[in-house]
Design a protein around this ligand. Structure first.
Ligand SMILES: Nc1ncnc2c1ncn2[C@@H]1O[C@H](COP(=O)(O)OP(=O)(O)OP(=O)(O)O)[C@@H](O)[C@H]1O
Ligand SMILES: [Mg+2]
Length: 212
């Protein structure tokens, strides 16, 4: 089973939004997919509860209660939605659960600074420094041609970690979440710019580069 975690100690950077969209990508690709929600806010599980029955099924487990338990046996991909504000021992424990870790970062000075501290903490974890867990970063809620996005883009390019590109700020994410869907399941005429932005993320996840 693959374990793919969306992680950043900074709150509100899009972890749950990206986790739900990742689960949709794998489920549509024919993989048995489960979401483990480590966040007592239950954003991913609430999303799952509204998922239409005619779309590819995704299961969910409340990992915030007692860790990853009762994952359906045939699960091929476990997408893990991490909570905010994890550091130290708790962060170490979380990182043990995944071999692929995606870190979303918002275009804001506070988030860029926080990301610097978080990446430093993450890279000190043995599993990450030994490359037994593969990291990548992506920008989220981006408005192109803004100075702050240019700053974030420059910052992410200079990190020694794969940079998978940017997801734009779009109502499609809000719309998809409220319907239990991913942007890949919205109509093409609405969501094609988002589909394009997901391509490099999906390609990295499908490649050996995202797996130790
Ligand atoms: N690309 C996007 N475009 C528009 N809105 C977005 C996008 N990504 C996330 N959002 C919105 O930003 C808010 C925070 O996103 P989300 O809940 O996914 O972040 P989070 O990192 O899981 O937060 P927390 O740290 O509280 O768990 C939500 O209202 C979500 O709908
Ligand atoms: Mg969340």
């Amino acid at each position: 089973m693959r374990h793919i975690m969306v992680l950043n100690a900074k709150g509100g950077c899009g972890k749950s939004t990206i986790a739900t969209n990742l689960a949709v990508f794998f489920a549509r690709d024919g993989h048995e997919t489960c979401i483990a929600d480590y966040d007592p806010q239950r954003s991913s599980l609430d999303w799952l509860a509204t998922r239409p029955h005619d779309l590819p099924a995704i299961s969910g487990v409340p990992a915030y209660e007692e860790g990853i338990r009762n994952v359906p046996r045939n699960t091929e991909v476990l997408v893990i939605d991490a909570p905010a504000r994890v550091h130290g021992t708790e962060l170490n424990e979380l990182v043990r659960r995944a071999e692929t870790i995606l870190v979303p970062v918002l275009p804001s000075t506070i988030d860029i600074k926080a990301c610097g501290h978080f990446m430093a903490e993450l890279q000190e974890i043995g599993k990450v420094s030994r490359r037994q867990a593969r990291l990548a970063v992506l920008a989220n809620r981006v408005r192109e041609h803004t100075l702050i996005f240019e700053e974030l883009d420059r910052y992410l390019k200079h990190l020694k970690v794969p940079y998978l590109g940017a997801l734009r700020e779009a109502q499609n994410y809000v719309r998809a979440y409220s319907r239990g869907m991913g942007v890949l399941e919205l109509p093409e005429y609405l969501a094609w710019p988002d589909w394009q932005q997901w391509e490099p993320i999906c390609a990295w996840l499908d490649s050996k580069r995202s797996q130790p």
